[in-house]
Design a protein around this ligand. Structure first.
Ligand code: UDX
Ligand code: UDX
Length: 440
């Protein structure tokens, strides 16, 4: 069994490395020759726990290769996975499929013998059919099937998610393609992982529906948190109280500054656009998008309120920049909105993130990039925790207080115990939990 993985980005790299761990020969292809050169030298371009060892081991055992030569990789492959990016198209929010279509044309020219062409990238419903048309038009003699096999990988936990998934979705009407997919996912069949066989269209929709549902779940608890603040409830208790109901489930009920990342924002938008175009608008998803965008912008207001109504000329320390911990990914991170709003309100912002500094520098101008958490809070008028890295969960509160100019803490991830922090002399505020300081 041989696989070509087109696109050695986040999803392509993780999927390629994991398939090689299943014992399959995998060639990862990318148009970015700099990226391939780095990979060949053993440098991993993204931060993902466990990925470096996995890649190193499978290269050493001869199952994993990196190349810019698409033709050679595809011609030898039984299955070709498309894992190129599908960013939001500028202006209208539809997914930009130009890379996917370009890949399909190149695959068509290069393939030899029966080949299964699989979309791993998140693509709008109808893309599988479009890929089939493109290949057929380019190579009328081609022997192939198109399969939709969406990924459900969480950054930071992607390898575990790949190796022990809740389910695998395989969308195809072709029995022959299904057999190839079964061989590829053999280790997961043996583990009795639920495998959901669907049409191409249903598989494409499943990915978007899953992400939209999770984004809605987060947005729901965020709004409940706002209500808790107004009427005196504790969102942790409410989340636990509802989450123990098996129909609801405990996960994805952490209130915070709004969701970010490479998937939820772009996928909710693309799904809403597809649904509008199809004449079946998803009003819940449309509201989720709007509420979340507004929430990220409004988070800076909490900081400003906590600082007595103005941050003009003040120094604010921000800990955690990536959209969530254990990644270096800054795409659509809430920190981007928060830092720029604080700067616009006249604050000087000192920032620190354990892994995201390089990516942040590309997207966030005018911040003071610091070497560590305590350096960031040196002389600060307020401290804002935006991303819940473990390194920020047990700060030495006495030292924090000594380091800062005024002990104001805004904890947007609820990682501290309000009583403990207030007892340490802080003016502390968080999300959706009783605000004793204000009540007193
Ligand atoms: C992926 C999926 O593609 C996306 O649909 C999903 O929703 C999230 O994850 P990701 O892996 O994060 O995207 O994208 P990125 O890290 O940008 O990687 C894409 C890679 O494809 C890049 O390395 C890029 O150089 C490569 N590429 C792009 C090609 O090799 N050929 C192209 O024509 C275009
Ligand atoms: C997500 C999906 O989980 C994954 O299945 C899909 O394939 C890609 O998109 P990812 O973007 O890596 O994965 O991150 P995830 O852990 O889902 O978090 C997304 C965002 O939601 C983060 O900004 C996170 O902080 C936020 N979030 C998550 C909350 O605010 N509260 C929660 O309870 C959970």
């Amino acid at each position: 069994m041989q696989i070509a993985m087109i696109g050695a980005g986040y999803v392509g790299l993780v999927s390629g490395a994991c398939f090689s761990e299943f014992g399959i020969d995998v060639k990862c292809v990318d148009t970015d020759s700099g990226k391939i050169a780095r990979l060949l030298k053993g440098e991993i371009p993204i931060f993902e726990p466990g990925l470096d060892e996995l890649i190193e081991r499978n290269i050493a055992e001869g199952r994993l290769e990196f190349t810019t030569d698409l033709k050679q990789a595809v011609s030898a492959a039984d299955a070709v996975f498309i894992a190129v990016g599908t960013p939001s198209r500028r202006g209208d929010g539809f997914a930009d499929l130009s890379y996917v279509h370009a890949a399909a044309r190149e695959i068509a020219v290069a393939m030899t013998g029966y080949t299964v062409v699989v979309t791993k990238s998140t693509v709008p419903v109808g893309t599988g059919a479009e890929i089939e048309r493109i290949i057929r038009d380019t190579r009328p003699d081609a022997d192939f099937d198109v399969v939709s096999n969406p990924e459900f990988l969480r950054e930071g936990a992607a390898i575990g998610d790949f190796m022990r998934p809740d389910r695998v979705v395989i969308g195809t009407e072709s029995e022959r393609a299904r057999k190839t997919m079964q061989r590829i996912y053999r280790p997961l069949y043996l583990m009795e992982t639920p495998i959901v066989h669907t049409s191409v269209e249903s598989a494409e929709l499943t990915k978007y529906a899953a992400n939209a549902f999770l984004a809605a779940k987060i947005t729901f608890i965020n709004e409940i948190a706002d209500l808790c603040e107004k009427v005196g409830g504790d969102v942790h208790d409410v989340a636990r109280g509802i989450g123990l109901d098996g129909r609801i489930g405990r996960k994805f009920l952490h209130a915070g500054p709004g969701y970010g990342g490479s998937c939820f924002p772009k996928d909710t938008l693309a799904l809403a656009r597809t649904a509008q175009q199809a004449g079946a608008p998803l009003r819940i998803v449309e509201s989720v998008i709007e509420i979340n965008a507004e929430r990220k912008r409004n988070m800076a207001q909490r900081v400003i309120a906590q600082c007595g109504g103005t941050v003009e000329g003040k120094t604010i320390a921000v800990l955690g920049l990536t959209f969530k911990p254990n990644t270096d990914d800054m795409r659509d991170a809430p920190s981007l909105d928060i830092v720029s709003a604080l700067q616009a309100a006249g604050a000087r912002v000192r920032v620190y993130d354990p892994q995201g500094m390089e990516e942040a520098k590309k997207l966030m101008d005018g911040a003071d990039y610091c070497e560590g958490a305590y350096e960031a809070m040196d002389g600060a008028d307020a401290l804002v925790i935006v991303t819940e890295w473990n390194a920020f969960r047990a700060l030495d509160l006495a030292r924090v207080k000594q380091t800062m100019k005024t002990p104001i803490m805004v904890d947007l991830r609820n990682i501290y115990d309000p009583e403990e922090v207030r007892a340490a002399g802080f003016d502390y505020t968080c999300i959706g939990r009783p605000n004793l300081a204000l009540e007193a």
